[in-house]
Design a protein around this ligand. Structure first.
Ligand code: OOG
Ligand code: NI
Length: 268
């Protein structure tokens, strides 16, 4: 695992664990039970501005042999997403969503534009991929609150920018639990808080995918007008089922994803 894309994923994982101590605790918990972690997918968020859109974030993954999978629409949340997968099954799928800026009023667009204007597009290149750029702008807490009132997603982006929003445990590969229900019960027992939006488990064997996730841990973020607690990253758990062809379903389910996004809601 030493290709540039594998190195990039390792770098994302290290940052993710730093930002989200929950992740390390869950990995340790699984390790105590004799399980090693296999990542099903990584998710990124962005805005649909060409300087930073899905296509821009996907560049290093496409260069590393990933191919475009399906696309997904989220009317109410004003989001569009695509997933990418690699012929090497050891490499996680990549899920990238973007906020559709034209669907917001001018004052919201102005706030977001002012953030993107602080990003130096020359810095998002092959040597310094956008997905590990961190937060290339300085928002105020006032910006965060304005955005939070129209889109939790936009507020999250303003606060955190570019990092893995979540990694995902591939539940099929676990030996110490035989279902997502069992894993959830273990996590709740250990004191982790799960996202209950749309039920603890999203999806079903009928749609070939079951998912659950922790609620994002609260992190202290520095804004231009002070440091404030806001939702950070979360950890997801996915169990995949075989299609009639016998192959495991490798896509995502928009109806479930819609609820998974809410793992970072400040009011959950
Ligand atoms: C992505 C939410 C959707 C999935 O697996 O369906 C998702 C996000 O929170 O950015 O990850
Ligand atoms: Ni996910």
């Amino acid at each position: 695992m030493s290709t540039p894309v594998a190195k990039l994923i390792e770098q994302l994982w290290v940052k993710f664990r730093e930002m989200n101590p929950q992740a390390g605790q869950i990995v340790d918990l699984l390790a105590e039970r004799g399980d090693t972690l296999q990542n099903d997918h990584i998710a990124f968020r962005t805005f649909n501005d060409p300087r930073v859109g899905v296509a821009k974030l996907a560049e290093p993954f496409l260069a590393g042999g990933y191919v475009i999978g399906d696309e997904y629409q989220f009317e109410e949340k004003k989001l569009y997403a695509q997933h990418f997968e690699h012929p090497d099954p050891q490499l996680p799928k990549i899920f990238i969503s973007e906020l559709l800026l034209e669907k917001f009023d001018l004052s919201v667009r102005h706030t977001i534009d002012a953030l993107i204007d602080q990003f130096d597009p020359a810095s998002g290149n092959a040597e310094h991929p956008l997905c590990v750029a961190g937060r290339p702008w300085k928002p105020s807490y006032e910006d965060w609150k304005q955005l939070r009132d129209v889109s939790e997603y936009a507020a999250w982006m303003a606060a955190h920018g570019y990092c893995a929003n979540h990694f995902t445990v591939f539940v099929n590969a676990l030996k110490s639990v035989s279902s997502l229900q069992q894993l959830n019960a273990l996590l709740l027992d250990e004191g982790f808080k799960l996202n209950h939006e749309g039920g603890e488990i999203k999806g079903s064997p009928e749609v070939f995918l079951e998912q659950s996730s922790t609620l994002a841990s609260t992190v202290e973020v520095e804004f231009t007008d002070g440091t404030f607690p806001v939702p950070g990253c979360y950890f997801e758990f996915a169990r995949r089922y075989p299609l009639p062809t016998g192959q495991l379903f490798s896509g995502f389910v928009a109806k479930s994803a819609d609820k998974i996004f809410q793992s970072t809601d400040s009011r959950s």
